[in-house]
Every structure is written in structure tokens, then in C-alpha cells.
Design a protein around this ligand. Sequence first.
Ligand code: SF4
Length: 306
Amino acid sequence: MSELTIANGWWEKNHISPSKLSTWTDCQMKFWFRYVQGLRKPPKIWLPQGTAVHIGVEDLLEDLPKGNLKPLEEYTFRAREQWEQECAKSGVYTGKGDLMTGEALERAFDDAMYWLQGFYDAVKDGGLIDGFDVREVTETEIDAIREVKWPGGWDLGELYVRGKIDWVVATDGPVARLADLKTASPSFGWDPSKAHSQVQATAYGFLTGKPTTFDYIVIPKESKYTKSGNLRDNPKKATPYRIATKRHEFHYEMLMHQLRDFVLLSDVHNDYANFHPFPNHTPGKWGSWCGHLCDFQAECRKMHGM
Ligand code: SF4
């Protein structure tokens, strides 16, 4: 069992998740739209493929250490249930704003289960993912929290780092071991520099209160289908790979400074009353307002008189 502190209850304003912090780091104006104004946009080309894969993998990780691995199909049932629930919530739209057809959705689910199969094939029969043994995962989806103890002289109020850790391997030794499952484009996948730059790994490492190895296990989103929806003759296998990173005091100190800036500039303890965000605007290509991936382009452009 982990030595992590399990979070109880609702999220409060002073609970800072890795995604909140990385939105803050990316653009304060984006943070303002999302977390202060509470604007949420219905995603356009969003598919719950990652969620479906996570559910299948979670069930698989329950059985694997007990030597009780079932046929792959058994791990697709709950994934299918979750998929249907998620799709039914708000509908799934194409990039042109049209409702996605049943056939297209079915192909998307089929692809997600193809990624699950890549994971299944890699770990069955004792397989390791670049040396990572998924049988060592002891807990999944742990909602952990840790209060920030400010260094002497920093009187910055009560603040907590909180987040849901995908996989806990061990936290009782001198170095904790955590991991996270990702699905990623085969062309723009993960490499060490991307993994090392993740606020997520630093924040989750901080939750353990000790040096932490943080492994990203990435399943490439290979498709069984061509763009026109036909089955490929020989689709590439979705074989997962591992990117290992480490977090320690140096990173936690940087996190502390990042959190200090956040508290001071956002005025979070005063319900954001004196928060005056500025846009971290970088002009995009072909006349687009901003090159950042951001749901609030239209609002931001309007606000700046564009
Ligand atoms: S469009 Fe760009 S500048 Fe505006 S909120 Fe989004 S990321 Fe920030």
C-alpha cells in the first residue's frame, strides 16, 4: 500500500492539480477563462478512446499480478460501457461540427481496442515494456493530496497539490515509483525531453514527499483503418514503449517557486479578486490569433479588440 495521503471531498480553489498548473504556466489568460470564469467548451473532435483504453488496462492490471489474465475480449466489456456513456453525454462531432456517424464511432472504438490489444500482447506471458513490469503496479487511479509547506518567510496561506495518479508501484522505499499511461500519435509521440518537461511528473513526485521515478508508458495510436475508413492490410502494431524520468529536490524547489508565483499573481486566496491576467499570446500561422492550443481563442480575440 502507498504512503500517499488520499484526498477526501470536493476540489477547493486552493487544490492545485497538474493540469491547472500547466494551464497557468501556458497562459494566465487561458487560466482565467477556464478556472476563474469557469468557461468550458464542448470538445469538437474529441473521442473517449483514451478513457476506454484506461478502463481496459485497469481491469487487466487487477488480474495480471494474480496470474489470472483473461482473454482480451473480457477487457473490452467495461471499456465499451464507458465509451457508450461518454459518447452519449454530449455527442461526438467531426472537425466540421457534424455529428459523427455510428460507423465512424465504431471504427474509433475498434481502434481504441486495437491499442488495448497492443498493451495486452506486450504484457501477457510475462512480457515487460522496455524493462517495466506492469505486474508491480500496486494501485491505480489514486486521488492523492499534499499540503504545501512554504519555506520560512513565505507566508502564502494554505495550498495543496492534488491529483489522480494513474499507477502507483511503490512509495515505501527511499525512492517512490509512479507511472502514467498515455496514448499518443505515432508521428508526434513521446520522447525523453517531453517527459522531462511535464509538470505532472513533478507534481505527482511532490505528492510522495520523496525522490520519485516516474515512468510514462505510451501506447502509439496506430490505426487499423485508412482515412477513408477501409481496413488496412497490415496495420502497424500498437506496441507500448516506456519513457523513464526522475524527480527530486531540485524539481520540487522549482515547483515551490511556481506555486508561490501562482498564489501571488492569481490572488487565489482572495477569490481571484486582484488577478489581472495577461495573454501569453503568440501569433499563429495564416493569420490565426494565437498559436497556443486553446479553447478560448474567440473570447480572447474579442477581448483584445480583434
Ligand atoms: S488564445 Fe492564446 S493568449 Fe488567448 S487565452 Fe488562449 S492561449 Fe492565452
